[in-house]
Design a protein around this ligand. Sequence first.
Ligand SMILES: [Zn+2]
Ligand SMILES: [Zn+2]
Length: 646
Amino acid sequence: MIKITLPDGSVKEFEKATTPLEVAKSISEGLARNVISAKFNETIVETTTPLETDGSLVLFTWNDKEGKTAFWHSTSHIVAQAIEELYPGVKLTIGPAIENGFYYDVELPNGSISEKDFSAIEKKALEIARGKHDYKMRAVSKADALAFYKKQGNEYKVELIENLEDGTITFCDHDTFTDLCRGGHIPNTGIVKAIKILSVAGAYWRGNENNTQLTRIYGISFPKQKELTEYLALLEEAKKRDHRKLGKELELFTFSQKVGQGLPLWLPKGAALRERLENFLKKAQKKAGYEMVVTPHIGQKELYVTSGHYEKYGEDSFQPIHTPKEGEEFLLKPMNCPHHCEIYNTKPYSYKELPKRFAEFGTVYRYEQSGELHGLTRVRGFTQDDAHIFCTPDQLDEEFKNVIDLSLYVLGSLGFENFTAQVSVRDLDNPEKYIGSVENWEKAEQAIINAAKEKGLNFVIEAGEAAFYGPKLDFMVKDALGRQWQLGTIQVDYNLPERFDLSYKGSDNELHRPVMIHRAPFGSMERFIALLLEHTGGNFPLWLTPEQAIILPVSEKHEKYAEKVLKSLENNEIRALVDSRNETVGKKIREAEMAKIPFMLIVGENDEADNTISVRKHGGEDLGAISIATFTDLVNTEINSTLKTF
Ligand SMILES: [Zn+2]
Ligand SMILES: [Zn+2]
């Protein structure tokens, strides 16, 4: 008999060589039907692998990340078989699961695969899947494995096998197809009900551009056709909401090859929007006791040697700036923290004066490979809504709660409701990895966990994920399409206060080290605005959106009245403009829709006579003719419903 420990801690006895699927059956038939992958003693196994020893077992279904991985990897075998049948002589290389789906890299005998071939591959693959073929793993000797692929003339698999140790090599068979594989499959091909080939791309063998270029076929699969349909609709919507596309259409930002890759240029509407976001946070920060500081975009190399940033960014980032003076070197600032440490250092503090909270919208520069650049989410210059809190260890608890409050206020006011937090703590098995005393670490970790609990955050604790210099809390946000983004971080730091020799005088009259907290609720203005664009599809919250209303006179005759309306809206702090072009109202409405302006105020004969405006909402809802005062109330009510109080 063997003892199997399940995730809930319960231990059950089974006959030796019981399979994960049989264990599932012993729990419930329903579970057994849904189990598609398993992990035994931290190793992914087949659901049919006989378990020979005591150990811990985790069963996975489609709803688990591991279940999807097994599902998608298994589908790559099916697609490989389909390609082998459709393109005789094709050489298969590798076919892993990825975050969304899978790919298979192949060398085609001749010609290429393009979009018009996708449906034939999908059809063939589905035909194979419907055969309900079991995935069967078997051990092969190195000699046999090599012989198998040498006979096929597949030098790629031969190379892979040559790097494996004899005795560890396995093949996976299903139907008439065999592949070199470590394992991790679903029980049979019949579970795969929907397969979509998404795209093809070139990919070098082993990612090395000196090697042959292969064809990478991307695909995705689902256990239900309905799920594929939903996924494809989501992809379509994501394309429409791509922040690079919307940023251009709404005239928010641009890039110029002349200025340089990865360096965004903010256009007037984008700059104004950014400023509104900054002012919104500044106002809240002021209430929360932050003080604004301003620091330069460059600093002496020695500053970053002291902070340790030179070691991290120096070689692989922008190279030092030289001056006419021999040996003088400056770096573009990769982080604001060293500058803020020096601000702290300008005078001595007593514990009664702490915490000090220095905030800055600080622009930093980091070199990213050109292939990694992506719109506003991966750039080479960006502005952090940065702040550093210097406090005593006893104040950590309170400060953490305050920062969480501020972050929740920010997320709430921008319409994010679906977020979670990750608390990263030490790996207790490797205490030598961390600087700072055990006592301080315990205090800090407890402070973060307490604050997260008290503020009702939905959070997980990840052991071993903390930086060497302190534990942290990251906010993860789900956008309207269910995609997860990592947002602001709250990070405790014992390292920089040490490196910059920061101190305060305690109640004992002795000098002590303050603790430092780095925090940025937005993360960076660039990334945050990208996320906001994709989350809202460009329909920003009313308080933030570039123009809140556009006034459309039906003819030239009513332009004067339109200007009068504009004046009174401006007096009520509503952002509006008049479209006085010589175009039809129909065309003006269509363009205002495209520009995603929340309210269209149409003014004509009757409006002018009655001193009203005819209001049409973005999307088409008609509010009829109302007075300017009523409209102002309407705008303010809507703003107050999203913009929370702090
Ligand atoms: Zn496999
Ligand atoms: Zn920092």
